[in-house]
Design a protein around this ligand. Sequence first.
Ligand SMILES: Nc1nc2c(c(=O)[nH]1)N[C@H]1C(S)=C(S)[C@@H](COP(=O)(O)OP(=O)(O)OC[C@H]3O[C@@H](n4cnc5c(=O)[nH]c(N)nc54)[C@H](O)[C@@H]3O)O[C@H]1N2
Ligand SMILES: Nc1nc2c(c(=O)[nH]1)N[C@H]1C(S)=C(S)[C@@H](COP(=O)(O)OP(=O)(O)OC[C@H]3O[C@@H](n4cnc5c(=O)[nH]c(N)nc54)[C@H](O)[C@@H]3O)O[C@H]1N2
Ligand code: SF4
Ligand SMILES: [Mo]
Length: 791
Amino acid sequence: MGATTTAYRTCPLCEATCGLELTIEDGAVTRVRGDEQDVFSRGFLCPKGVSLRELHEDPDRLRMPLLKQADGTHVEVSWDEAFAEVARRLPPLLQEHGRDAVAAYLGNPFAHNLGGIFYGRVLLKALGTRNVYSASTVDQYPKQVAASHMFGTAGSVPVPDLDRTDFLLVLGANPLASNGSLMTAPDVRGRLRAMRARGGRLVVVDPRRTRTAREADTHHFIRPGTDAFLLAAMVHVLLEEDLVELGRAEGLVRGLDELREAVATVTPERAAAATGIAAADIVQLARDLAAAPSAAVYGRIGTTTQVFGTTASWLVDVLNVLTGNLDRPGGALFTTPAAGGPTTSGADPERPGRGRGPKPARWASRVRGLGEVLGELPVACLAEEIETPGEGQVRALFTVAGNPVVSTPNSGRLDAALASLDFMVSVDIYLNETTRHADVILPVPSPFERSHFDVLLYSFAVRDVANYSAPAIPAPDGMPAEWETLLRLVGAVTGQGPDADVAAIDAFVAAQAVAREVGTVGSPAFGLDPDAVGRVLAVESGPERLLDLLLRCGPYGAGFPELGAPGPGLPADATVADGDVRPEAGLSLAALRAAPHGVDLGPLKQRLPEVLRMPDALIDLAPAALLADVPRLLAELDAQAGAAADGPLLLVGRRDLRSNNSWMHNLPLLVRGRARCTLHVHPDDGVRLGLADGAEATVRARTGELVLPVELTEDVMPGVVSIPHGWGHGVAGTRMDVAGAHAGVNSNVLTDELVVEPLTGTAVLNGIPVDVAPAGDVADRTEPLTAPAGR
Ligand SMILES: Nc1nc2c(c(=O)[nH]1)N[C@H]1C(S)=C(S)[C@@H](COP(=O)(O)OP(=O)(O)OC[C@H]3O[C@@H](n4cnc5c(=O)[nH]c(N)nc54)[C@H](O)[C@@H]3O)O[C@H]1N2
Ligand SMILES: Nc1nc2c(c(=O)[nH]1)N[C@H]1C(S)=C(S)[C@@H](COP(=O)(O)OP(=O)(O)OC[C@H]3O[C@@H](n4cnc5c(=O)[nH]c(N)nc54)[C@H](O)[C@@H]3O)O[C@H]1N2
Ligand code: SF4
Ligand SMILES: [Mo]
């Protein structure tokens, strides 16, 4: 019999970063459990973590590249053949039509993936296109853009101090299902229960009575898309009643007068008419927030992917600042991530808090003129960029870890557009709704077969933590790591042919990273000989080498003691698990390898004012870009006050614990039981519309229509219906048998690519006006469907 071993690793599936304990027998993973010793998750895991074994073993998960044939079907080919096809077809296309003729779309798992984080930008740079798209413009960009306007960088997002707070106000998030987002916190339910056990209060604002709402002291239904009115009215109350107490932000803010003026007319009464939350409740909520010893306001998907996404995101943090909760223990704090990030670098060394501030849009999309945002164009305009002829038309597409056909608005249109491309390459693990259009699909190793460190997510964690996982088992023979595939693509698109020297490109990437670091004032590497630094790092390669550099030069880094340049090292309260080696010199990759359960770097630290990166070193409470959008807010407030009660039904999404966006429905463990892709309808609306529980309904919007089963439930607000996103499987040409048998419908057939949030171009995925009728009823539509509020 072979040996039984144990390996520890971080689950890469969602933002919670749970520690897993894997049992490995004869080279196969036979059990997945929560790692009781993990310094952050302490044994917690959710059903998706357990299902990683099914993912690893899934017969439909791709192990070899696929090539599309003339008849549209895909066949397995060798790695060499696959890269040769890219090297043969892409360079001539770029030569003839220019760099912008190729687009790239980066999906969600990309952000959970060391290969993607470190080498994705190398591929983008090699492509040199302005047509860069990602899931961020159907997700969190409004929050990041608001943060950059207030605090200076897109990484300056304050995180609720979940473990110490006395009061948490949650809007448009359901962390009990999603396990938290821009709030990395394994076991949110346990942490919320601990908060309530120590006397803290939880208030949830959501058009649905969610799992999180059921844990709350108070839940308010809110009409979709109206959070900005509620938040502005709360700001109004704080100012009106003299409840402002800036705390740590005292002397560090600008724009209070402009803010006062902006919300002057947003009274609780007017906000009540628009939101559906009573004026007295709005006033009380503002007072409670101000009175709590510590409090945090937290908004997520329901507040970002809506008509006032950036405005709502801004006002969330305005409330945190005005109540003295920014940078207060138990309030909303900035992290100090081990691998560093925009808030730990880029400051003016002479004057802390000073930096370049928010970045204006540098270009606009070709067809609709939507502004570039944080280096990307809004994915809501990808289809038209492919369809519209002329100079700069997108003719080729790379998707990496993305399924935009299911995840982005007006899926039907994008699906058809992808079919018209001259060439498409997907780096992906499934033949799914999107990748079926790809000429070449390049799979990557399973989560057990790759290394992991959450470079991005630790920047939004409720504690500062660092945990590295090496691959638990080797990848199949011949399968490159994701980063190697990305670099081989770099070779192919830059005309180096299909067999580019990956190690040489990697060495070049590393040398550039070292050059940046030795030129950075304040880095332990500052002024060192780059070759000497390179030699120290050369024991590692690939993402490990780049991570080692970031850790060593980060806020807890070991620096380069071998070169006489030690780093700052660990804080006194840092801990490791029993038996792990405490890294005395500070963090490096070697140090993390000796701490398989992770290193806890303590609760969130107070970072004002040095965390700011604003030209005047002040928090901007009234950024010009947001003030410019206030007239739209006020106009809509007027419009809504009258129309709220008798408007069309509004569609919102929902997540459930056993899904992960669009791609985990092929795992039997996660799809068994009752069908979850249903239309939630309030019983009163059910009666009015003649919809019975379990019967089929037709849901229509401007962009398309769907038929799906009705679930009558008081968990959704009257006037609102809900469909989860990420379904709609079983499409011809895909190869996901289990998902196909639990197909559901694609809710993004109903979301409108022409309706975007104006500041960031982020798609409005919540608050979509829809018609609902019993299926088969060819009810005459008496009125045309109106666009969502604020368009
Ligand atoms: N209506 C509506 N639409 C939404 C949302 C919503 O709330 N409502 N949410 C939005 C949000 S927040 C997001 S993040 C997006 C997600 O949008 P996407 O990122 O486009 O979609 P995913 O479903 O996450 O697809 C992930 C893809 O990556 C592949 N994959 C999985 N693991 C790996 C890996 O390790 N490497 C590679 N290369 N590929 C891998 C999967 O097979 C799948 O094709 O959806 C958005 N769309
Ligand atoms: N199980 C599971 N976990 C996931 C994912 C998944 O698909 N499944 N996806 C991951 C990803 S990519 C992300 S970005 C995160 C998202 O994490 P969350 O933001 O916590 O995601 P949701 O559970 O969709 O919660 C959004 C809530 O907003 C509500 N809502 C809709 N419209 C409005 C509105 O106008 N106002 C208010 N106040 N609320 C509104 C919805 O009813 C819903 O309850 O989850 C991550 N974790
Ligand atoms: S909560 Fe997220 S990180 Fe934790 S086990 Fe589940 S999917 Fe993995
Ligand atoms: Mo997301």
